[in-house]
Design a protein around this ligand. Sequence first.
Ligand code: XMP
Length: 511
Amino acid sequence: MTEKIIILDFGSQYTQLIARAVREANVYCDIIPFHSAIDFNEHIKGVILSGSPCSVNEQDAPMIDIKAILDKVPVLGVCYGAQLAAKVFGGRVEKSDKREYGRAQMLRQLDDKLLQGLSAKSQVWMSHSDTIKELPVGFEVLATTESIPVAAFKMSSEDPNPLYGLQFHPEVYHSTEGKKILYNFLVNICGCAQDWTPASFVEETVAMLKEKIGNKHVIMALSGGVDSTVAATLISRAIGDRLHGIFVDNGVLRKDEFKEVLETYNEIGLNVKGIDAKALFYKELAGKSDPEAKRKTIGKLFIDVFHEEALKIDEASFLGQGTIYPDVIESVSVHGPSVTIKSHHNVGGLPATMNLELVEPLRSLFKDEVRRVGLELGIPSDMINRHPFPGPGLAIRILGEVTEEKARLLQEADHIYIKALKDKNLYNEVWQAGAILLPVKSVGVMGDERTYEFTLALRAVSSVDGMTADWSHLPYEFLADVSNAIINNVKGINRVVYDISSKPPATIEWE
Ligand code: XMP
């Protein structure tokens, strides 16, 4: 089993960034709520205490027994975690009388393993309203800033394990040497071997899946997306054709996507059955123009189709899913320890009578890690680097009622746009791109003829996780070429516009 770092989450918006920085150093880590008991064993090498929106001086401030943890492993407190450590050992933490938010210059005062190799003056990111006024007896200041006397500290006694604290956030991008500090904690202080890599993940996961699934069968809905493809490939490595993948054509996929994705699954060696359910979806979508009604219809039909297929595989005892780590942590810290299956495209809502046990090989991975594992498994990079695509597909990019004819129009136009992005090497520059068919007709001329046809909006955004997004500044010449190509080749569209709204306040999708 891999060595691991435990991150105790006190509710900071940055906790996941700590985890990502630790994983980037090839050290595995888990985020658990601060009040959970840590099940110590020889694989746990250290504990990091996260920040928090709370103040250590509040009456119900989240508390833990730091001494008990220090009996076992080294501890690093970040922001609230550092203030808590200082307070627990008898220091004084008070509301800050200076502004301690944003960039600050950290000045190193002592040479220590934690700050080894850092510049004497280093930019860090502060975000707190309390500050450590006085350190407990036996603690040493490792660094200050111009405005605060304690930016980094250490409990001097190394017996049995060292305790460190940072008033700032080493995990955020603006702490320019923050990753180095975390590296020092992981490697110099906790002694981590940094052997958690995509290859070691694949090896361990395949072994775990073999053990868990034994000689039983797994069914799984595939969407052509990165997560389900990587999850299925791992399962298939473990049990071969006893994985039964089901890929449904709901009529609102991209042009040729059904055929091409099935071909890729075939290349990867996955046992997947394609179901053409287009007619059924178009029939049920007829007359529905409300976005939520369209989403619900697609979600329900998908489950019906999947269920019907799944019943044909009567030896199945497991349901494979591409759930990833952010889905799991969200549900842990916000709703308690129960795990919810998210949204219809993850096939939540299958009848409980099917009695299937879940297999979720990517539960511990962030999205970028899923991609790296996918490449390690030899999945084509085209598949791995695909833009996100919503479960309800083009149905939420056809504003108003969805018809087969409108789906065909949008597929053609979207295809021209996406192909042009790829041809001009712009596809990987944007985070997500797509075309939206508007329920607006306008007048145009073509040759001697007057036209009265649909308007198409092009959308492209840059983003990290889809929570916020900026519209992409695609070159005018590129937009002009795409507009010409669409209007000249897609009969039914005579006007193309480009969406220059950012999220917030706009959303990425139009519905
Ligand atoms: P919005 O439009 O909320 O989109 O800014 C953020 C991200 O979520 C995707 N999205 C969806 N994905 N089912 C999905 O699976 C949906 O109903 C859905 N709605 C939006 C969107 O494509 C973007 O990546």
